[in-house]
Design a protein around this ligand. Structure first.
Ligand SMILES: Cc1ncc(COP(=O)(O)O)c(C=O)c1O
Length: 383
């Protein structure tokens, strides 16, 4: 469609004009005092976000590269690891750890449900030699948020490390790295952090460093020991994405100005309004209320209608892009992102477009019912 487009997928997400403007700063060298100052400033801000005193590495890579860094630095061939799988990104932990020769124990949770911490406890008791537990904070493929706090409490009582994929959640969903005993939190730039793709950010605990120092897996670009040497001088081992670092600083400023509690409350409000609207339209949500993601909502298409047909109408006629389902959910669900640079009016646009698209594909929709339900959530009035 010509004209205005509305990007409502769970990454990449819209980038605020302030961040775009910051990224157009003339290029400067990365072996300079200016870069060192910027790097130091960014890490201090990220430590507030991650609620940690740990070192935080800003890697120039997509989110999966950060995940690979976590695996390459902690897993030796033959090591026993536990992966918690409830969707596409949990599966990625299994694929990655297998690629590094680990003996992978997987706990599978039905897609659309959350990880049961009790099952993690039992598995760790059954296999006390598990070296690393790999979890996902926000399972983007299903719109489910996992209880990292409870998982962290359990893993902390064992010698195992807890590695958490926070790629889509961090920035929109609270995480307390130190208090929740997250040994490695790894995230990406292009989702709740409101930046273009290209950065993977990860924190490393002391417990993790001990395993990293002992690690024998081959690694080069993602060698965290090398990264730590450069970090000591606020440098990076290789050329960083300088413009994205500048953008990250601006995005962090925006979020800190808003206040972290307000950022998290905003995402929850957007989730609640989206879910109320979906229910008012008679559609089925994938996640239950208590573990529904604050940053992305997954919705089943009505019986007999393909989710991708609804998405096609939305894009073609209204310039709105929702994400589709992945793997076995393809054409069955659509996903509405409300992460990062998203506000109330974005939800109202998404829902009013959805109502029209549903009408176009032959679903009996009461126009305005979803929008009204969302407005009522925003106004704090009972439906
Ligand atoms: C939870 C989660 N983990 C990992 C990734 C992979 O990130 P990237 O595509 O940046 O490699 C994504 C991206 O969609 C994600 O949502």
């Amino acid at each position: 469609m010509q004209g205005k487009n509305y990007l409502m997928i769970p990454g990449p997400t819209p980038v605020p004009p302030k961040v775009v403007a910051a990224m157009s700063t003339p290029m400067f060298g990365h072996r300079t005092q200016d870069f060192q100052n910027l790097h130091q400033e960014i890490v201090a801000k990220l430590q507030k976000f991650f609620q940690t005193k740990n070192e935080i590495f800003v890697l120039t890579s997509s989110g999966t590269g950060g995940m690979e860094s976590a695996v390459a630095n902690t897993v030796n061939p033959g090591d026993k690891v536990l992966t918690l799988v409830g969707g596409k990104f949990g599966e990625r932990w299994s694929e990655l750890t297998r690629a590094y020769g680990a003996e992978v124990i997987e706990i599978n949770f039905e897609w659309g449900t959350c990880v049961d911490p009790q099952a993690v406890k039992e598995k760790l008791e059954e296999h006390p030699d598990i070296k690393v537990v790999f979890a996902t904070q926000n399972e983007t493929s299903t719109g489910v948020v996992n209880d990292i706090e409870s998982i962290g409490k359990i893993v902390a009582q064992t010698p195992a490390l807890l590695v958490v994929d926070g790629v889509s959640g961090v920035g929109g969903i609270e995480i307390k790295v130190d208090e929740w005993h997250v040994d490695i939190l790894t995230t990406g730039s292009q989702k709740s952090l409101m930046l273009p793709p290209g950065l993977a950010i990860q924190s490393i605990s002391q417990k993790a460093w001990e395993k990293i120092e002992d690690n024998k897996s081959p690694r080069y670009y993602f060698d965290l020991l090398k990264a730590r040497k450069s970090y000591a001088k606020w440098n990076t081992a290789y050329t960083p994405a300088v413009s994205l670092f500048v953008g990250l600083n601006a995005a962090l400023d925006m979020m800190l100005e808003e206040g972290l509690d307000n950022v998290y409350a905003r995402h929850k409000l957007l989730r609640d309004a989206t879910r109320a609207a979906i229910r008012a339209l008679g559609l089925k949500l994938m996640a239950e209320d208590y573990y529904a993601s604050p940053v992305v909502t997954s919705v089943y298409a009505p019986d007999g209608i393909g989710a991708d047909d609804i998405r096609k109408v939305l894009t073609k006629e209204y310039g709105i892009t929702f994400a589709g389902g992945q793997a076995q959910l393809k054409n069955k669900i659509f996903r509405i992102a409300h992460m990062g640079f998203a506000g109330k009016m974005d939800v109202l646009i998404a829902i009013s477009g959805l109502e029209m698209a549903l009408a176009r594909v032959g679903y009996p929709v009461e126009l305005g019912a979803g929008v009204r339900a969302a407005q009522q959530v925003f106004l704090g009035v009972q439906s």
